[in-house]
Design a protein. Structure first.
Length: 137
C-alpha cells in the first residue's frame, strides 16, 4: 500500500496530529483546509479531495493491520527529506491552531520528528516560527 501523492501524505499527517487527542476541533480542521487551499505544495492538488483523503486516513488509523505505525511509514515513504520538514511544519501549525498543545499532540510531534529524522536546529526553527505565528497580541 502507498499514498498516491506527497499532498495526500501531508494531509494524512495533519489529520493524525489533529486526531491525536481524540478531538479534531474546528480550529484544527479550519487550519488544514486553509493550508490545502493556500500553500504552494498543494497547487497541483484537487482541493475538493481534501475531505476524501482525510476520511481515508481515519479508515487507515482504525485498520488493525495498518494503524498509526503503518500510516507513519506510508507518509515517510511518500515524502522527500525536504517535504518531511514541510510536513513537520504543517503538523506543528495544526497542533497549535487552537492555541494549546496538549500532551497527546506533543507526543505525536515527538514521534514524527523522530520518524522523519529531522535535525534539531530545523525542529527548533519550525517550532519557534509556529509559536510566533500563533501568538496573540
Amino acid at each position: 500500500m502507498t499514498l498516491s501523492s506527497p499532498q495526500e501524505a501531508l494531509i494524512h499527517l495533519m489529520v493524525i496530529v489533529s486526531a491525536s487527542d481524540r478531538d479534531m476541533g474546528d480550529a484544527e480542521l479550519a487550519r488544514i483546509g486553509a493550508v490545502v487551499r493556500t500553500l504552494p505544495v498543494f497547487s497541483e492538488f484537487e482541493h475538493a479531495r481534501t475531505l476524501e483523503v482525510a476520511q481515508g486516513c481515519q479508515k487507515l488509523l482504525s485498520d488493525e493491520e495498518v494503524g498509526l505505525e503503518g500510516i507513519l511509514t506510508l507518509i515517510h515513504d511518500a515524502l522527500t527529506p525536504e517535504l518531511r520538514e514541510t510536513a513537520y511544519a504543517l503538523a506543528v501549525d495544526v497542533a497549535i491552531a487552537d492555541r494549546s498543545l496538549n500532551p497527546e499532540e506533543h507526543r505525536m510531534l515527538d514521534i514524527v520528528k523522530d520518524r522523519f529524522e529531522l535535525e534539531r536546529p530545523v525542529v527548533n526553527a519550525i517550532e519557534r516560527a509556529a509559536s510566533i505565528r500563533h501568538r496573540k497580541a
